[in-house]
Design a protein. Sequence first.
Length: 349
Amino acid sequence: MTPPDSAGGPATGPGGAPTAPGASADGPPAAGTPTGTAAGTPAPAAGGGSLPAAAPDATPDLTAGPGGAPAAPGAAGDPVGRRARLGWLRGAGVTDPAGGTAWGLRRVRSGVVVGVFWGVAVVQLVAVGGDFGVVRGVSKGLLMPVLALWVWGWRGPRGLVWGLGWGWGGDVLLEVGGTVAFLAGMGCFAAGHVCYLRLFRRYGGFGGPRAAVRVRCSAYAVVCVVLVVLLWPGLDPGMRVPVALYSLLLTAMAAGAYGLGAAARTGGALFLLSDSLIATDLADWPQLPGPGVWVMATYAAGQMLLALGVLRASGGGPRAGRRGSGEGEVPGPASARAVPGAAAGAGQR
């Protein structure tokens, strides 16, 4: 073999023949070297140029664990295990493709709080039926705070939390007993109804065709007048005007709730029924067996449904959190609220 001369002539192989491009002068190309290219050099392009070297594959191997070894199922970097975990969470309602994991976790927390609310309500129902004074008072005082916590968890309107707070004040005061405490509790509930009326007006509770709104409001006005007229003779003189004014606010609230959807409509009607039962006790009407149980059942269910209706109308809550699904979280069974005695034969709640 003759090396290239100083004039730059080509190298020759054995016998003086020119060496093929990319081949070793001492023999065939080295193993692993592409034919026609020197090791580590790009292949020549047509026309004498050279092509750029191909970039290495930058796609990460998501199935590989540390050091490139295959990851065990469920280990870090294992998408199969991750997909399995996410699939289980979606099946459990924790994640949702539209609302995301945060929405799903909020839904789980919401379910827990709703369960606590109905658990407290059942305890309250049993305590009222069995006349367990301390348990009745404690469980009654927990109902509205737990419900307000549920509303706050869904970032509900502040006015709704205030309405539930006034309801809590009324519950506590009515549990104290006595005419003064009863009137103060009635005032708290009246303030809560004002909060509800503001919310209903904001979210369209009095919207719709004028004729339908007039018919609805007129029907509730008739209910209010009939109720007050029937109760008036049996009420103490000092209770007549407060009961009449409160009945006006109560029926206005129920009329506004009617236009806010099925949940709020039912909740308003149950609240109206609950307070009407208390009023019949104030007027010394004959009572159903276990009147406090009926009062508490309609009250707890009414407040929950009112809160749910307002949440939905405001664009929040369990139904709105899952965009496009139309699924809602229907809170649990109806429960009860104890009716504290007012002085001298006053009703309970």
